[in-house]
Structure formats: structure tokens, C-alpha cells
Design a protein around this ligand. Structure first.
Ligand SMILES: C[S@@+](CC[C@H](N)C(=O)[O-])C[C@H]1O[C@@H](n2cnc3c(N)ncnc32)[C@H](O)[C@@H]1O
Length: 273
């Protein structure tokens, strides 16, 4: 599926970011302290959450597991390591895929983990081939949300399950509050169709829908505090201008979170009858 120039620009930015995060011990150290991992993660999934994800998806040896928007391998490679699932990771930014490949090699996972460059809105897989799918704050980073949910539905087998997190603008805000919320969220956070409606249209039944905003708020605030405390290191990695821009975006997110204008939600869904 053709991507808009804005989406292509975002993928290019992600690619640079994965290269920078995985190439800096200081950034990986912040990630360890905040999310409990050191893969160069850009979502807000923490190591604590992975225990629930493994349980919810029933991951284990022999499970055909797909992570879409897998970045530099978090949390897909980690979930694979802990559960033994036969894992496929897909994303678009080249530097992220390269970092994931290197990590799979270092951790001895190349036999069970397959990494490919692919668009989640046009998955290069046969129908019904996966038992479990996960994605971490991915739908808020792309425009074709409905197409991606449809593709996930196409490639999941009978009896399969999908779990995902997503950041969204709190429904029902006034126009003025909405204008403050949107710049605080991921680039493609906006959607006119609620996620439950999109899921229904794509042929998914919701079995669990949980609000993770409080945990997201804590994780986010901890990350921002550590980044500010290590501003010099960030400037070495990202440069002075990019660090200033990052801090401006972080402040907008924090402001929106503190006013309850943003949410992070978890969905666990199964194919509809
Ligand atoms: C918030 S990041 C999460 C990355 C990783 N899973 C992590 O937790 O660090 C969202 C990811 O979605 C990916 N993404 C955006 N549009 C995509 C698309 N059309 N197909 C596949 N991945 C996409 C981005 O490249 C990015 O790596």
C-alpha cells in the first residue's frame, strides 16, 4: 500500500532513531531503567507488561507468533526468548530491522526468529498462518489503521489471538482541549473511527479492553526525567536541535497526560465467529 509523504518521513525518522538508540550505551541505560529492556525501544511497553502479553497470547514453543511494527526487536525478540515461540518480526525502518537482526544473532535466536521488511497494511503472508499477533503503540504511528487490522485478521488462524496497545486522544474532549491533546500524541494518533468500531469492521471480537494510561503516565514521566538529567548525553546522540525538539514534544505529551487528554489502551481480540 502506497504511503503518504508524511508516513515516509516518519519511517525515515524511526530508522535514524533506531540507529542512534542502539548505538548509544547511555540511551540503552535509560531504557533499562525505564522499560527494563535494552533493545532501542520506541514504544511504552515495559518488561513487566511482557509477562501479561505472553499469558494473554498463550505464547510457547510451537506458537506461530507475529509482531508488526517490531522496531529494533522490542518486545518481539524478548517475547520469543522467554516463550520459545516461532517468531516473525516485520517493520519498515531499515536501521531497526538491522538492529533486530544483530540482536537475534547475538542472542542465538536466528533459528526461531524471522525478520522482514514489510508494510503492515499489506502483509506478505498467507491467510491464517499465525496463532498470535502483537503490536505495541503501532496503530497511532500509521494512517491505514483499518487496513492493518484487516490484514492482521487475514493472517490469523482460527483459534488465534491478537493483543495490542495503542495511544489515543481521550474521547469527548472539547475542540479547545482536542487542539492541545493532538500535538502531544504520536504523529498519526488522530482517528475519526473508534478502535472498537474498526475492530468490529475488520472481523475481530474484543475479549479484553484495559486502560493502561496510569502506567503509561508513570513510564513516560520517568523517561522524560531521566532524559532531562542526561541532556548532555542526549545532545551527543541526537544533536542539540533535535534534543530541544524532543524535549518540546515530551513536554506537550506530559501536559496532555496530566490533563487526561491522552490515553493508552490495551486490547485483546479474537477472530469473530
Ligand atoms: C512506537 S513504534 C514501536 C516499535 C517497537 N515495537 C518498540 O516497541 O520499540 C511503532 C512502529 O510502527 C512502525 N510502523 C509504522 N507504520 C508501519 C507500517 N505501515 N508497517 C509496519 N510497521 C509500521 C514504525 O516503523 C515503528 O517502528
Amino acid at each position: 500500500m502506497a504511503q503518504s509523504p508524511e508516513e515516509q518521513a516518519l519511517i525515515a525518522r524511526f530508522s535514524k532513531t533506531y540507529g542512534k538508540l542502539t548505538g548509544s550505551e547511555a540511551m540503552l541505560d535509560i531504557e533499562r531503567q525505564v522499560c527494563g529492556c535494552d533493545y532501542g525501544c520506541t514504544s511504552w511497553t515495559t518488561r513487566d507488561e511482557t509477562t501479561d502479553i505472553i499469558k494473554m497470547l498463550g505464547l510457547g514453543a510451537g506458537t506461530a507468533f507475529l509482531e508488526i511494527g517490531s522496531g529494533a526487536g522490542w518486545p518481539g525478540l524478548y517475547l520469543a526468548k522467554i516463550s520459545g515461540a516461532d517468531t516473525t518480526l516485520i517493520d519498515l525502518p531499515f536501521e531497526g530491522l538491522l538492529a533486530a537482526k544483530r540482536r537475534a544473532e547475538t542472542d542465538g535466536q536466528t533459528e526461531t526468529c524471522h525478520i522482514a521488511q514489510a508494510d503492515a497494511a499489506a502483509l506478505p503472508f498467507k491467510d491464517g498462518g499465525f496463532d498470535a499477533i502483537y503490536h505495541s503503540d503501532v496503530l497511532c504511528c500509521l494512517i491505514e489503521k483499518q487496513a492493518v487490522l484487516g490484514e492482521c485478521r487475514r493472517v490469523i488462524g482460527d483459534g488465534g489471538k491478537m493483543v495490542f496497545s495503542v495511544i489515543l486522544i481521550t474521547p469527548g474532549l472539547s475542540d479547545a482541549d482536542y487542539k492541545l491533546a493532538a500535538p502531544g500524541g504520536p504523529v498519526f494518533i488522530e482517528t475519526t473511527v473508534p478502535y472498537p468500531t474498526m475492530l468490529d469492521r475488520a472481523g475481530w471480537n474484543i475479549i479484553e479492553h484495559a486502560d493502561q494510561t496510569a502506567a503509561y503516565h508513570d513510564t513516560f514521566a520517568k523517561m522524560f526525567d531521566l532524559e532531562k538529567a542526561n541532556a548532555e548525553e542526549l545532545e551527543k546522540v541526537h544533536g542539540r536541535d533535535e534534543t530541544a525538539q524532543l524535549f518540546t514534544r515530551r513536554q506537550a505529551t506530559l501536559d496532555a497526560l496530566e490533563k487526561s487528554f491522552l490515553r493508552r489502551e490495551f486490547y485483546s481480540v479474537v477472530p469473530a465467529g
